[in-house]
Design a protein around this ligand. Structure first.
Ligand SMILES: Nc1ncnc2c1ncn2[C@@H]1O[C@H](COP(=O)(O)OP(=O)(O)OP(=O)(O)O)[C@@H](O)[C@H]1O
Length: 261
C-alpha cells in the first residue's frame, strides 16, 4: 500500500469522507424566456428552489497524505480533481466531512490570481507576498524566479503586462513564483501542461526537489508521463468518487486499461 511506503509517516493532509456540492444560480433563464418555461416544466414537483441547481462534485473522498509524497490526481474531465484540490486548499467548504491540513497549503492553478494588467515583474512581487514571502526574500529570489520561468529568453517580457503573455508563458511564470518557496503542501493544477518540453523537464525536477525538502505535492494532470515521472502515489477520481488509491504504477496501469490512453 502506498501509505506504508511514506517517509516518516507524518500526515500533512487528511480528508475524511469529504463531499463538495456546488450550487448554481440562474439556471432558469429569463422570466419569460423559453428556457425558463422549459425548466419550470422539468422542475415541477421536485421541490428545489427556483433556478438553483446542485452539482455534487466530490462524493465521500477519504485519504491521508504524508510528508515527502508527491501525489498525482487523475480522472476523466469533470471527475472532481480541481474541486478536491480547492477543498484541500480551504477555498471550498465541504458540504459534509472534514479536511485537516498540517501547515499552509498553497494552490497553484492555471487561474491563480495574478493581475493581468500588471507587469510580470510586479506579479512576481505580488505572488511572492501572497505566498507569505517577505519583500527581502522576494528581492533576493527575484532573478532566480525570472530565470527559472524563461520569460526573458526571447526578449524583455518581464517588464510587459501579463496580458501580453501567451498562456504557456503565464503558466510558467505562475509555476516559477510558487516553486521559489518551500511549501508544506503544494498543489499544482495542470500548470505544467501548458509549458514547453524544456520547461516541463525543469519543473518536474523542481517538484522532485520540493518533495525532498519534506513537503507534500499534489499534481493534477492529464499527462500520464508527467505523473509517472514525478509522483509516487496516485488518486484516481471518477464522477467525484475515489476509485483507486495506490502506487503510481498500479493505478496508472488500471487507468490506462480503462481509458485506453
Ligand atoms: N464553479 C462551479 N460551479 C458549478 N459546478 C462546477 C464548478 N466547478 C466545477 N463544477 C462541476 O463539478 C464537477 C467537477 O469539476 P472539476 O473541475 O473538479 O473536474 P476536473 O476533474 O478537475 O475536470 P478537468 O479534468 O476537466 O479539469 C463537474 O461536473 C463540473 O461541471
Amino acid at each position: 500500500m502506498a501509505e506504508e511506503s511514506s517517509k516518516g509517516h507524518i500526515p500533512t493532509v487528511i480528508a475524511d469522507d469529504v463531499h463538495i456540492v456546488y450550487r448554481v444560480n440562474g439556471t432558469g433563464g429569463g422570466k419569460g424566456s423559453a428556457t425558463a418555461a422549459l425548466s419550470r416544466i422539468l422542475r415541477r414537483g421536485k421541490g428545489e428552489p427556483r433556478g438553483v441547481r446542485k452539482v455534487h462534485a466530490v462524493r465521500g473522498v477519504s485519504f491521508t497524505a504524508y510528508r515527502g509524497q508527491a501525489i498525482g490526481l487523475i480522472g476523466t474531465n469533470g471527475s472532481g480533481k480541481s474541486t478536491l484540490l480547492r477543498a484541500i486548499a480551504g477555498l471550498l467548504p465541504p458540504e459534509s466531512g472534514k479536511v485537516y491540513t498540517d501547515g499552509q497549503p498553497s494552490l497553484l492553478g492555471v487561474n491563480a490570481a495574478l493581475m493581468s494588467d500588471l507587469t510580470g515583474e510586479r506579479n512576481v512581487v505580488l505572488g511572492g507576498l501572497a505566498m507569505g514571502m517577505s519583500r527581502e526574500e522576494i528581492r533576493s529570489r527575484y532573478q532566480k524566479i525570472v530565470d527559472f520561468s524563461g520569460i526573458n529568453e526571447k526578449g524583455d517580457f518581464i517588464t510587459l503586462p501579463m496580458r501580453t503573455y501567451s498562456s504557456g508563458m503565464a503558466a510558467r511564470l505562475r509555476f516559477s513564483i510558487a516553486a521559489a518557496k518551500n511549501h508544506d503542501v503544494l498543489m499544482i493544477d495542470e500548470a505544467l501542461a501548458t509549458g514547453d518540453r524544456k520547461f516541463r523537464v525543469r519543473s518536474e525536477e523542481r517538484i522532485r526537489e520540493l518533495r525532498k525538502e519534506a513537503g507534500t505535492v499534489f499534481l493534477v494532470s492529464h499527462n500520464n508521463k508527467t505523473i509517472r515521472d514525478t509522483c509516487d502515489r496516485v488518486l484516481w477520481l471518477e464522477k467525484g468518487e475515489l476509485l483507486m488509491d495506490g502506487s503510481t504504477d498500479e493505478v496508472l496501469k488500471a487507468y490506462e486499461r480503462e481509458t485506453g490512453k
